[in-house]
Write a protein that binds this ligand. Structure first.
Ligand SMILES: Nc1ncnc2c1ncn2[C@@H]1O[C@H](COP(=O)(O)OP(=O)(O)OP(=O)(O)O)[C@@H](O)[C@H]1O
Length: 252
C-alpha cells in the first residue's frame, strides 16, 4: 500500500504546523506565508478570504503538494506531504484531491467531455461511471450542450466551470479551489454554489479561495489571511438548508 493510501480515519483532512513559504524572485525574498497553523475537519466547507497578495493561492498550492514549504509541516488525510515522494503526492491528488486553479489548465486538444472524464478514469472509474459522472457535473453547471466542444471555443466563465467539473470528476474527498467563481455572472455563480453545496452535503471537504462574500456565506467557516498570516478564523452559521444559501445569492 502506498503512503498516499495510508488509512487514518480519525485524522484531520488538513493540518498545517507553523507553515512558512518564501518565494524567491529576481534576487528578492517574498514572505508569502508567515507561520500558519490550520486544522480542517473532514466534511468542513472552508472559505479563505483576504486582500490580493495575502497568500491565498500560495496556501492552496502548498496544500495540494504542488510547491514545497520553506519550513513547517502539512498533513493531508494524515499523510505528511514532506514524507511523500513526488509520485506519491501525485497519487494522493489523483485519488483524493480535486484542484481548481486560477488558470484552468484544460487540455486543448481534448473535448470538454474528455477533459472532465479523464480524472475519473485515472482514479479507477470504469468508462460508464466516468461518463455518468461527467453528464451529472456538466448538467449541474449548465454545460451539457458544450460536451463535444473544444475548451478553446468556450468563454472564460465556461472554461472555469469545466475546470470545476474536472476537479470533481474523481469524487475527491478534498476539493481545493482558487476563485472558482472569479469569472462568473450571478446565474453561473449560483450554479457553482449549488454544486458546491451538494458535494458538501455528500461529505466532501472543500477549501476555496474567494473574494466573493456571497460565495463565502455558503461555507461553514471563513478564514481571513493578511500578509501571509491568519488574522481571523470564524465559524459562520451553517445554512438551515441549501435553498436558503442559494436564496441569499439570488436576492442580490
Ligand atoms: N511564484 C512566485 N514567485 C515569486 N513571488 C510570488 C510567487 N507566487 C506568489 N508570489 C508572491 O507571494 C505573495 C502572495 O501571493 P499569492 O498569489 O499567494 O496571493 P493571493 O492572496 O492569492 O493574491 P490574489 O488574490 O491577487 O490572487 C505576493 O506578494 C505574490 O507576489
Amino acid at each position: 500500500m502506498s503512503p498516499a493510501e495510508k488509512p487514518e480515519p480519525d485524522a484531520a483532512m488538513i493540518r498545517t504546523k507553523d507553515l512558512v513559504k518564501v518565494h524567491h524572485s529576481d534576487g528578492t525574498d517574498v514572505h508569502a506565508i508567515r507561520g500558519i497553523d490550520l486544522r480542517v475537519r473532514p466534511g468542513e466547507f472552508v472559505a479563505v478570504m483576504g486582500p490580493s497578495g495575502s497568500g491565498k493561492s500560495t496556501v492552496l498550492h502548498l496544500l495540494a503538494g504542488l510547491v514545497p514549504a520553506t519550513s513547517g509541516e502539512i498533513w493531508v488525510r494524515g499523510n505528511r506531504l514532506s514524507d511523500l515522494s513526488e509520485a506519491d503526492r501525485a497519487v494522493l491528488r489523483r485519488r483524493h484531491i480535486g484542484v481548481v486553479f486560477q488558470f484552468f489548465n484544460l487540455i486543448s486538444n481534448m473535448s470538454v467531455a474528455d477533459n472532465v472524464e479523464l480524472p475519473a478514469l485515472l482514479a479507477g472509474a470504469n468508462p460508464k461511471q466516468a461518463r455518468e459522472r461527467r453528464e451529472y457535473l456538466l448538467e449541474e453547471l449548465g454545460l451539457s450542450d458544450r460536451a463535444d466542444a473544444s475548451p478553446a471555443r468556450l468563454s472564460g466563465g465556461q472554461q472555469q466551470r469545466v475546470a470545476l467539473a474536472r476537479a470533481l470528476s474523481n469524487e475527491p474527498s478534498l476539493l481545493l479551489a482558487d476563485e472558482p467563481t472569479g469569472n462568473l455572472d450571478s446565474t453561473n455563480t449560483r450554479d457553482v454554489v449549488r454544486l458546491l453545496e451538494q458535494v458538501h452535503d455528500q461529505g466532501q471537504t472543500i477549501l476555496l479561495v474567494t473574494h466573493d462574500a456571497r460565495v463565502a456565506s455558503s461555507a461553514d467557516r471563513v478564514i481571513s489571511l493578511f500578509d501571509g498570516m491568519i488574522v481571523d478564523d470564524a465559524d459562520v452559521r451553517p445554512p438551515t438548508d441549501s435553498k436558503n444559501a442559494i436564496g441569499s445569492i439570488l436576492d442580490l
